[in-house]
Design a protein around this ligand. Structure first.
Ligand SMILES: Nc1ncnc2c1ncn2[C@@H]1O[C@H](COP(=O)(O)OP(=O)(O)OP(=O)(O)O)[C@@H](O)[C@H]1O
Ligand SMILES: [Mg+2]
Length: 197
């Protein structure tokens, strides 16, 4: 999907900051992890393997939006549902409070900042991503827009402007070995996480 164009329609930064401030600090016993990145970088593959290894809940936002109708219809041009961010946040509020969640989505600036203890930004070399998206049937502007999104590190920038610097971690996702390496890194991090950390 066309992330660059979608960003243009994003809410003002002021509105987002106010929403985040309204949320009280959590007392969850397990951490929450956000796995973000350009489409095709391996968010769902990584999240699902991490979920198997940890028994944390894998929440694929795209699937959730479809299942629970948390959208405002279908965008023909972008070929995706028009996500209703408020409905998504309301739906997840109690679940996120419990901790132990892996949230998988190609955007990150509308979730409350306090939900996450780690924000992972998966990154894939342009030529590798090009082949992955082509073999998925992406072409034309849909393909170009996603490659540009990766080239300009749109998701890394979005993560860094939405969450504290020290919780945002870019991880390479070019080959199958990277997936297991990333899962191991995140499992180690979860083991060392402490509620007050
Ligand atoms: N690190 C990797 N090495 C090799 N193949 C990978 C890697 N990560 C993902 N893939 C492959 O790339 C394809 C896309 O992966 P996946 O569906 O996990 O990406 P995604 O980031 O969830 O995409 P989307 O945003 O569209 O949901 C899959 O066929 C997957 O097997
Ligand atoms: Mg996915």
């Amino acid at each position: 999907m066309d992330i660059l164009r979608k960003k243009i329609h994003k809410k003002g930064i002021e509105e987002l900051l106010q929403k985040k401030k309204k949320m009280a600090k959590s007392s969850r016993r397990k951490p929450n992890i956000l796995v973000t990145g350009t489409p095709g970088t391996g968010k769902t593959t990584t999240s699902s393997q991490l979920s198997e290894a940890t028994e944390f809940r894998h929440i694929n936002i795209g699937d959730l939006v479809k299942e629970k109708n948390l959208h405002d219809g279908w965008d023909d041009e972008l070929e995706c549902h028009i996500i209703n961010e408020d409905l998504v946040c309301d739906e997840l509020e109690d679940i996120m409070e419990q901790g132990g969640n892996i949230v998988d989505y190609h955007g990150c600036d509308f979730f409350p900042e306090r939900w996450f203890d780690r924000v992972v930004v998966l990154q894939t070399d342009n030529s590798v991503l090009y082949d992955r998206l082509s073999s998925r049937g992406y072409d034309g502007s849909k393909l170009t827009n996603n490659i540009e999104c990766e080239i300009f590190q749109v998701l890394l920038e979005e993560a860094r402007s939405s969450y504290p610097e020290d919780i945002v971690v870019p991880l390479a996702s070019n080959c199958v070995d990277d997936i297991s390496k990333n899962v191991t890194t995140l499992c180690d991090w979860i083991r060392s996480w402490h509620p007050t950390s």
